[in-house]
Design a protein. Structure first.
Lengths: 339, 330
């Protein structure tokens, strides 16, 4: 049952579907295959957590969906991006501009660099809704204050006229979310939204994203390196390694028993799950650079159960037993289950 | 605590002065660290935890006199033979003798290594400066250190940019180890690393501690790493320790309302047990003019009127599990 478009076998039409997406970067040092055959689906109203270490291609995948990959050096060289059944790769820049913000909004790790320091937070929301929704000045300002209230900013009538530097990191991320939500998108892409924040603020922002999602019924694509954050908010999880999805499962399936040896290794290296006094399990070696991915299975040099087949033949995402829509890309999935 | 602890810190203070106007008048102080008391045992790991701005990094750096302390003392006992020295009283020149014992590893493995100096010279510099080794002896020691932190000896002629974040952190650790230190301040030493690499570095730090009898002051915001690595934990809030105890005491039986809120915010890697966070509203007060009462009172869900009146004293046995909260006073 091989397929290049994998995910839940449910009849529900996915909101976003990636099919073997490839985004490469071209430079004098060679071709970096940052995203090299990524397939996943997001259903309406659900949160997909995309986890992986630095260099796994999770952020570039998201930028590809928004078509914000700097070109050159980057280029989407293959695959498909289907949003509400339509290919985004065939859209003109004008059409994409309408989709960004209106349909798909994005928030980033560093709210300070994502916000414009010389405009008040109100101006930045007002600009968004005036461009995308054609509201007049007063309506837009009222909407901005309304959005700041929704994201839980105290005294929004005053805050609306403040500049980003006057706000704390958590407040800035709330403002980013207010801007992103201001046009009522059906998909919110959140790229490491809480990585730069303290754990107490992280908890607040995750609660906020979860609550807004329930109210608005939007889908969320949450990119993170933190498995605990995924456990808190995601419904499905895609684990990425070296430009590919190696495993896709519901959050419960993955956390009960990771199927791919790489996912397994990630869980074993979490200090949360360590046995007292025992050294942490580690994955030997390191993530390969995108210019020099190994042959065959890209994880094979670091994998404890790799065989000769893994060195030469690249495994494809394949459904696991149980017909749950769970997939993994490994030649030795039965042995991996014994890890 | 016992007379044979490695370090006994009392009333550690670090204020950063604020100057204003053309005459640079001194108009106030940022009280980054405002009176810390703690002991550090031999081969012990004490973690300082808290949110950004709580003063944990400043505390670590002041301890090594990378910042000059504003007040307090740090009694250091290099050996168990009774010799005591107050690190805050001696001159910078005298301090040099003790620097070899007291090392630091930084968070950013990109910013903390000089890009124009080879790995070998980075590690060997301290050996040369302190006159510990030279010539072939120095090269041998550098190679030994590199191998000990899991790198090949040949890399000593290469430059930092040729290495990944995890490898650079290993180089930083080798540099800190060069002079056989007794104490290493690990300032967010594993925070910038990916999970699988982080686990490798954490294991290395543990092995080195057992092998060389090192004490660590571990500064971190990742509480799951802290829980795994520490013997004792001090929770800081706005420049002061609000609770201190063994790792089990802090994580299993937190007393201070702030510690409880902080711990409840840790995401749990178990989707069936989604954490119920104790929400913290409001902001941390300014360290320039902290309120006279408990610094946490304005954000505390159980605060009473007395909490706004006076700063609470530490409750609990000295050297044991202690917390500074009026509600714990009997």
């Amino acid at each position: 049952m091989k397929s290049d478009s994998l995910g839940s076998p449910s009849k529900e039409e996915p909101l976003l579907e990636l099919k073997s997406l490839q985004t490469h970067f071209f430079s004098d040092e060679g071709t970096a295959r940052a995203v090299d055959g990524v397939s996943y689906k997001i259903l309406p109203g659900e949160t997909l957590g995309v986890v992986g270490e630095s260099g796994s291609g999770k952020s570039v995948t998201a930028l590809s969906v928004m078509q914000l990959v700097p070109q050159p050096p980057g280029k989407i060289v293959g695959g498909e991006i289907l949003f509400k059944g339509q290919s985004l790769l065939n859209k003109t820049e004008d059409e994409m501009r309408k989709i960004r913000g209106n349909e798909i909004a994005m928030i980033f790790q560093e709210p300070m660099t994502a916000l414009n320091p010389v405009y008040t937070v109100g101006d930045q929301i007002i600009e968004t809704v005036r461009v995308h929704r054609g509201l007049d000045k007063d309506e837009a300002r009222a909407h901005a204050i309304h959005m700041l209230t929704i994201v839980g900013i105290p005294s929004p009538e005053t805050r609306v006229d403040e500049y980003p530097h006057q706000l704390s990191g958590g407040m800035r991320q709330r403002v980013m979310i207010a801007i992103a939500m201001s046009c009522d998108p059906s998909l919110l892409i959140a790229d490491e939204p809480t990585t730069a924040l303290d754990v107490t603020i992280q908890a607040q922002i995750l609660d906020l994203i979860r609550n807004l999602q329930k109210k608005a019924g939007m889908s969320v694509l949450l990119i993170t390196h933190d498995l605990a954050v995924v456990a808190e908010v995601a419904h499905h999880v895609a684990v990425m390694y070296a430009g590919k999805v190696v495993e896709y499962a519901t959050v419960e399936e993955l956390f009960d028993k990771p199927a791919h040896p790489y996912s397994h290794g990630l869980f074993k290296s979490l200090p949360d799950l360590a046995v007292d006094g025992e050294p942490l399990a580690t994955i030997p070696g390191m993530v390969p650079p995108a210019t020099r991915f190994p042959s065959g299975c890209r994880f094979h040099p670091r994998c404890s159960i790799a065989t000769d087949k893994c060195k030469t033949e690249e495994p494809q995402l394949d459904y696991l037993e149980g017909n749950t829509g769970r997939t993994a890309a490994c030649h030795h999935i039965d042995e991996a289950a014994k890890l | 605590m016992s007379k044979d602890s490695l370090l006994e810190v009392r009333g550690l203070k670090k204020y950063f002065p604020i100057h204003k106007g053309i005459l640079s008048r001194h108009v106030g102080d940022v009280k980054a660290v405002d009176g810390l008391d703690f002991d550090l045992g031999r081969q012990e790991t004490l973690s300082l935890v808290g949110e950004s701005g709580c003063g944990k990094t400043t505390a670590g750096r002041t301890l090594l006199r990378l910042y000059e302390p504003t007040g307090g003392q740090a009694i250091y006992r290099p050996d168990t033979d009774g010799l005591e020295v107050d690190l805050f009283k001696i001159s910078q020149a005298e301090m040099r003798d003790y620097r070899r014992d007291l090392q630091i590893i930084f968070q950013d493995p990109y910013g903390s290594l000089n890009p124009r100096i080879t790995v070998g010279n980075t590690i060997g510099e301290a050996l040369r400066v302190h006159g510990v080794a030279s010539g072939q002896g120095l090269n041998d020691r550098v190679e030994e250190l590199l191998e000990r932190v899991g790198m090949r000896a040949e890399v000593s002629n290469r430059y930092p940019h040729e290495f990944s974040g995890g490898q650079r952190q290993r180089i930083g650790i080798a540099r800190a180890l060069a002079l056989n230190p007794k104490l290493i301040v690990c300032d967010e030493a594993v925070s910038a690393l990916d999970v699988s690499i982080q686990a490798q570095v954490i294991n290395l730090l543990k092995e080195l501690q057992d092998e060389f009898g090192l004490s660590y002051v571990f500064i971190a915001h990742d509480l799951s790493v802290v829980r795994y690595l520490s013997d004792r934990v001090a929770v800081m809030y706005l420049g002061r320790i609000v609770e201190i105890g063994t790792t089990d005491e802090i994580f299993k039986d937190p007393q201070h309302p702030y510690t409880k809120a902080l711990l409840s915010a840790i995401p749990i890697p178990d989707p069936r047990r989604r954490a119920s966070h104790i929400p913290l509203t409001g902001d941390v007060p300014s360290p320039i003019n902290p309120p006279k009462g408990c610094h946490f009172a304005a954000r505390c869900s159980v605060a009473e009127s007395r909490c706004f009146e006076s700063y609470p004293a530490m409750v609990g046995a000295a050297g044991g599990h202690q917390a500074a909260c009026h509600l714990l006073e009997s």
